[in-house]
Design a protein around this ligand. Structure first.
Ligand code: NDP
Length: 498
């Protein structure tokens, strides 16, 4: 039976006047649930709820806020398998990855709960006697969280966990492709016992809900993950209002394979990085830059391994790769494959939509490998699908030049057994993340996550201790206990005279 969801506002599921839309399983076409497309009035109601409880929430001691995050983590752990299946059915990633999505929720909520007992500020000496100075973090206010579909529980968790522990209330606007994951996520937070209004969720379009949150005067920060063009638009809106904005945008992530690399390790990493989640990760390996000496060997091995991948319904544990997430995704990826073929890029394997039998019900694209030149569109633009470009490099310097020749700067990787190249790459690669002898995917929640260049123009970092930056501002406090007026900067001479 298809569940008809409402909007989660002020601790209750509410009806909306907005039109309803459905979410479907991209492997089978089955309808999973229906949701309202929130209206402008719904946006106002949700922000009002978040604003109404903000003072109570920010005054709740951070360790007590942490208790609720821990309780949520406990519930997510208890429901992990059930929620993982929801992720797989709605987004199309294989079940092992669906479990990973929920595990990230658990890990980050536990991590963020601990932050409630840290959230360190500093004490700083004053230049004047009997005076002390300190800094502390304060929550910015109610915030808007706008999320994509590829990590439909993990990304809402990264954003909301940090917002909640910081003392912010929030309105979540999930991708219209994965509202069910968001609804199930919010149900767990509700069960954990967050006060009404602290957690709110609106499904609906980017133009009404997304723009509505960015423009609303009571929304004091926006945390956005998605494509560069949407991110640019959000950035402009936030700039008009002069509010904080965190942007985690696209990627075109390279693996550099040097001629001394362990080839088995390299191939394991490339297969996982390029075709995990059907290439639909912002950190997916979309370029393999290979030293000319090992190029032919790597390409042969890559073709052999790619052709062995099993594609099918991601709920089947034997399957290596599921469908792409939607008809629009399928069209976009097939368009890129057509561009590659038209531009004369060498199609090494794949390149077709899988057809026949149950494949016809979903959006299955063969894992695809092209051999091409660094200037080609497939080597420059984010495809966000199971398409890997292989490029030949003369040496280390050339490989780095190719790696840095794109507008993105999220993740990167180098395979080498030579420490000199590994350490140089840490400094040379223009990316927020560099892996050594591991693929471009595999972030851990206790470390900062984000990019540079057009991937991360606001230079914010999710996860890790930096996660609080998006949702807090620094307060500097001067406490003068001298009992007289002391003047900083101008009182120094008097002090020297005694
Ligand atoms: P989109 O940019 O299309 O959408 C992201 C979110 O923005 C969705 O919730 C979408 O809503 C919303 N949105 C759309 N229009 C507006 C608007 N005018 N104002 C505000 N919000 C709006 O990205 P996708 O969902 O397709 O996700 C894929 C992209 O996300 C890829 O580029 C990928 O690289 C990037 N990404 C980046 C990550 C990172 O950490 N750097 C991690 C994961 C993904 P709706 O669905 O209703 O259109």
């Amino acid at each position: 039976m298809v569940t008809d969801y409402g909007l989660f506002i002020g601790g209750k599921w509410r009806k909306s006047e907005g039109k309803r839309f459905e979410t479907r399983n991209p492997a089978t076409g089955e309808i999973l649930a229906s949701f309202p497309a929130a209206t402008k009035e719904d946006v106002s109601a949700a922000v009002k709820a978040a604003r109404g409880v903000f003072d109570t929430w920010r005054r709740t001691p951070a360790p007590r806020r942490g208790d609720l995050l821990l309780e949520a983590a406990r519930l997510f752990r208890a429901k992990k398998e059930e929620l993982a299946r929801v992720v797989t059915m709605e987004m199309g990633k294989i079940l092992a990855e669906g479990r990973g999505d929920v595990q990230e929720v658990i890990d980050f909520y536990e991590y963020a709960a601990g932050e409630g007992r840290r959230m360190f500020g500093e004490t700083v000496p004053s230049e004047l006697p009997n005076k002390m100075c300190l800094t502390m973090r304060l929550p910015v206010g109610p915030v808007g969280l706008i999320t994509p579909w590829n990590f439909p529980m993990a990304i809402p968790a990264w954003k909301s966990g940090a917002a909640l522990i910081a003392g912010c209330t929030f309105v979540l606007k999930p991708s219209s492709l994965t509202p069910l994951c968001a609804a199930r996520f919010v149900e767990v937070l509700d069960e954990a016992g967050f006060p009404p209004g602290v957690v709110n969720m609106l499904t609906g379009s980017g133009s009404i809900v997304g723009d509505g949150l960015v423009a609303h005067p009571d929304v004091r920060a926006i945390s956005f993950t998605g494509g560069v063009d949407t991110g640019r638009h959000v950035y402009e809106g936030a700039a008009k209002k002069m509010i904080k904005v965190g942007l985690e945008l696209g990627g075109k992530n390279p693996i550099l394979a040097l001629d001394d690399a362990n080839l088995d390790l390299l191939m394991d990493g490339v297969m996982f990085g390029a075709f995990g989640t059907a290439g639909q990760r912002c950190t997916a390996t979309s370029r393999l830059i290979v030293h000319q000496k090992i190029y032919d060997q790597v390409v042969d091995e890559l073709i052999e391994r790619t052709e062995k991948l099993m594609i099918g319904n991601p709920l089947d544990e034997k399957i290596d790769m599921g469908p792409v997430a939607s008809p629009e995704q399928e069209e976009k990826v097939l368009d890129y494959i057509a561009i590659g073929k038209k531009e004369g890029d060498k199609l090494l394997t794949g390149g077709e939509k899988r057809k026949g039998g149950t494949y016809d019900k979903g959006f299955f694209i063969e894992p695809t490998v092209f051999g091409l030149d660094r200037k080609k569109r497939l080597a420059q633009e984010e495809i966000f699908g199971p398409v890997l470009s292989v490029l030949k490099a003369k040496d280390y310097e050339d490989a780095v030049a190719i790696a840095n020749s794109v507008k993105y700067g999220l993740s990167s990787s180098i395979y080498t057994n030579d420490l000199r190249w590994a350490f140089r790459a840490m400094h040379d690669l223009e990316a927020g993340i560099t892996y050594v002898n591991a693929p471009t995917i595999g972030a851990e929640v206790q470390l900062p996550f984000g990019g540079t260049k057009e991937t991360g123009p606001t230079d914010t970092r999710e996860a890790g201790p930096t996660a609080l930056e998006e949702f807090t501002y620094w307060k500097t406090v001067y406490v003068d206990y001298s009992g007289r007026l002391q003047k900083a900067q101008i009182d120094t001479e008097r002090l020297a005279q005694g």
